[in-house]
Design a protein around this ligand. Structure first.
Ligand code: 3NM
Length: 221
């Protein structure tokens, strides 16, 4: 199987939902099902934090969420954990700057798996592209409470900088994105948005996801 092409990747990044059990008010399965009903295009299982599941419970939840994704035709990405991604036969993995380079991950997981890398500036973005990343996650665009070790807030400036420097790689903005502040992220040149709390913590997950999906398909001018 071949590596994903850029246009397919861009389409998948439109509305990229990320969560783990610590982010959910409902059960993770109900949260993901509602978001999938609402129109997310990609999902990342990110089980992080002091009360994160481990061992058999982690595998069990991962397997359950992967099955929901498969039923909806939504690719299932695992955050950081190469062994978990392999064990769950995930469609891809998302890694940070401190993790293995994309090149080595691809050797381990296979050519066709999606590999995303977090990048916070032009240097990191260029390196991730050289290493063979399929997409970049760029942030935090706005203040976030969902990532304990988030870097300084960057607004949309880094996204604009990457595009102005000719980087055409599929990329998604992340960090504090809400229905209100999402449009400038797309206008800055992102192919889509990545969201944890504005979807996982919403009163009406399906309805909120639908509104996000409308925004990223037709952003306001
Ligand atoms: N990565 P929310 S910010 C997982 O800047 C993650 O790389 C970030 O959660 C980065 O949508 C972030 O609730 C948290 O703000 C995003």
């Amino acid at each position: 199987m071949k590596r994903i092409n850029s246009e397919d990747m861009r389409r998948l990044l439109k509305l990229y939902f990320i969560m783990g059990s610590v982010n959910c008010k409902l059960s993770p399965a109900d949260t993901l099902s509602a978001a999938a009903d609402g129109g997310i295009t990609l999902f990342q299982f990110r089980e992080k934090g002091p009360s994160a599941l481990t061992g058999a419970a982690l595998l069990q939840l991962g397997g359950q969420l992967r099955e929901i994704c498969r039923n909806y035709g939504i690719p299932f990405i695992v955050n950081d954990d190469l062994e978990l991604a392999a064990a769950l036969d995930a469609d891809g993995i998302h890694v940070g700057q401190d993790d293995l380079p994309a090149r080595l991950i691809r050797q381990r997981l296979g050519e066709h798996k999606i590999i995303g890398v977090s990048a916070h500036n032009l240097t990191e973005a260029r390196q991730a592209i050289a290493d063979g990343a399929d997409y970049l996650g760029v942030g935090p665009v706005y203040p976030t409470t969902s990532k304990a070790d988030a870097q300084a807030v960057r607004g949309t400036a880094v996204i604009e900088e990457l595009r102005h420097n000719g980087l055409t790689i599929p990329l998604v903005g992340i960090g504090g994105i809400t229905l209100e502040n999402a449009p400038p992220v797309i206008q800055a040149g992102a192919d889509g948005i990545s969201v944890i709390s504005a979807i996982a913590g919403a009163e009406d997950i399906r309805g909120t996801t639908r509104r996000f999906a409308q925004l990223v398909t037709a952003p306001s001018p």
